[in-house]
Design a binder for this molecule. Structure first.
Ligand SMILES: [Zn+2]
Length: 512
């Protein structure tokens, strides 16, 4: 073979432009490695991030870290004023334990030390009423009547009872319909257990601070439900001829109501509401075409998880959320890094969006879709990765393929990359309605075509064992490469993706 022929072959193999470009794309895809993936999931799902609840310090630390990665890569900030972190408002409501108490004559019982709020409505209120005691756990067959109406009702449980189990539900349900002033359930908890319950009882209840936010405190009927220490009850009724031990002994029997003669109790509950906020992180890679750069392809994942809970048998109290969704967040960051490594950026601009508040109700993506980096109509697609690190090694479900031509595009790109050993398949669980259950939906309903990459749930889903050690980083990296190739394809395509008209009519509720 002559030298001229060799040179000719090379030219045939690598025509200027396209071939070199193709090589550049493959090299960039190779920067998405198992090692990087494992490291990123390990950082976000580390115990020090405390399960990334919304809002929490661990979530803020996670956001700061992702923002610093985007900055290091050379992306520009996609939030207001070019910042990487976008903040959205939250409202937090909690019972103010220092200003909430029960008083009867000289006896004063304090929220925290003597009683704890037991879930339900967080409302301000004050109510004075007589006190009745209920012994026994089975509601009377005809229900409760006038003897409990507008009274403070104390359910005296067996000595040592601490757990508020299901056995109480019939009694509580029956009392609720009898319109009592309040319900107080006795607890024999030791001080350690009481303090732990207290930490949970006074934790703020957080809701989104815009749109259909809940009614302000005090707007609903004030009929609180509390837990009361048995020793505190004894203080309250001491000297009134009631033998608590006799009542405790009736725990299995049909409920009986006993009036405590001459005892009137004033219950004062105060709630406090604060305005707070939580972060999204947004980085942008500008497109290389002067016209198409005004259109954007979005890659999204949620960095938040469900925080901390009571310790399991191994003492683990942290929900690390390695698969849900440190894995999908790592995919977004890895795709960003690969896009930056391209010799030429795709024609369209790329938005890398990491949201929070997903677990509480898709808060961060809802806010972002209302306050996007560019007009929502210029966002041409969203590729959402939520849980891509577990289950099958050769398959990823792509939910939403049937709703736009992104499904066809994905099939074509997938077919061009057999080396990924990864097949993107259709929704396996349409009855679960996953299309409506992660962040992509907030884009879809505003008219942005989406695909949702998801490996399905598993036994550790929302459990304490969703740990980094169980993540298949090698397979997750291959999924991220597929998403990267898809992004390059859509970023360079002549036309933007198109909805299937029937899907559009059914799903898109807010036309921009
Ligand atoms: Zn998730």
């Amino acid at each position: 073979m002559t030298r001229a022929l060799l040179a000719g072959l090379f030219i045939a193999l690598l025509p200027s432009g396209i071939g070199a470009q193709q090589l550049g794309v493959e090299e960039a895809a190779r920067t998405i490695t198992d090692g990087d993936f494992r490291w990123r999931v390990g950082v976000m799902a580390h115990d020090s991030m405390q399960g990334r609840d919304t809002p929490s310090r661990g979530l803020e630390q996670t956001a700061e870290w992702i923002a610093s990665e985007f900055r290091r890569m050379g992306l520009r900030g996609g939030a207001e004023d070019g910042a990487f972190i976008q903040r959205y408002p939250l409202q937090s409501v909690l019972v103010d334990r220092d200003r909430s108490f029960l008083v009867s004559g000289s006896v004063r019982l304090q929220y925290g030390a003597d009683v704890l709020p037991l879930g339900g409505g967080l409302t301000d209120g004050e109510t004075t009423a007589e006190v009745v005691l209920i012994s026994g756990s089975t509601p009377p067959s005809g229900g409760f009547g006038r003897e409990v109406r507008d009274k403070h009702v104390v359910i005296v449980r067996e000595a040592g009872a601490t757990e508020l189990g299901r056995s109480l539900f019939p009694l509580l349900g029956s009392l609720r319909s009898a319109e009592v002033a309040s319900v107080l359930v006795t607890s024999g908890a030791e001080s350690g257990a009481w303090a732990a319950s207290g930490a949970r009882a006074f934790a703020p209840s957080v809701s989104k601070g815009w749109g259909d936010a809940p009614e302000p405190a005090g707007a609903t009927d004030f009929r609180p439900m509390l837990v009361m220490r048995t020793s505190s009850l004894e203080r309250l009724i001491s000297g009134r001829g009631v033998d608590v031990a006799t009542l405790q002994a009736r725990s299995g029997a049909t409920a009986r109501v006993q009036v405590v003669e001459g005892l009137r109790l004033t219950l004062t509950q105060r709630v406090r509401s604060d305005v707070t906020s939580a972060p999204n992180v947004v980085g942008i890679l500008d497109g290389s075409d002067p016209q198409l750069m005004k259109e954007f392809v979005v890659f999204s994942g949620h960095m938040d998880h469900v925080g901390m809970g009571t310790p399991d048998e191994n003492g683990d109290s942290i929900f690390n959320g390695a698969d849900d969704d440190a894995s999908g967040t790592a995919a977004v960051i890895e795709v960003a890094e690969a896009m930056v490594d391209l010799p030429t950026a795709p024609k369209r601009s790329m938005i890398f969006l990491v949201v929070s508040g997903e677990e509480q109700g898709l808060w961060g993506s809802e806010w972002y879709a209302e306050h996007p980096s560019a007009p929502i109509d210029d966002l041409v697609a969203d590729f959402n990765t939520d849980m891509v690190g577990r289950n099958w090694t050769d398959t990823i479900v792509a939910i939403g393929k049937e709703h736009s031509d992104l499904g066809e595009t994905l099939n074509r790109v997938n077919g061009q990359h057999p080396e990924l050993r990864m097949t993107a398949i259709d929704d396996l669980w349409p009855e679960e309605r996953f299309y409506f259950r992660s962040d992509h939906f907030n884009f879809a309903r505003k008219g942005v075509p989406v695909l949702f990459f998801f490996n399905g749930t598993h036994e550790d889903y929302h459990g304490r064992d969703d740990e980094p050690e169980s993540i298949d980083a090698e397979k997750a990296a291959r999924i991220a490469r597929l998403v990267f190739y898809l992004g390059v394809e859509v970023g360079n395509a002549a036309d933007r993706p198109k909805w299937n008209p029937e899907s559009y009519a059914r799903i898109v509720s807010e036309v921009p």
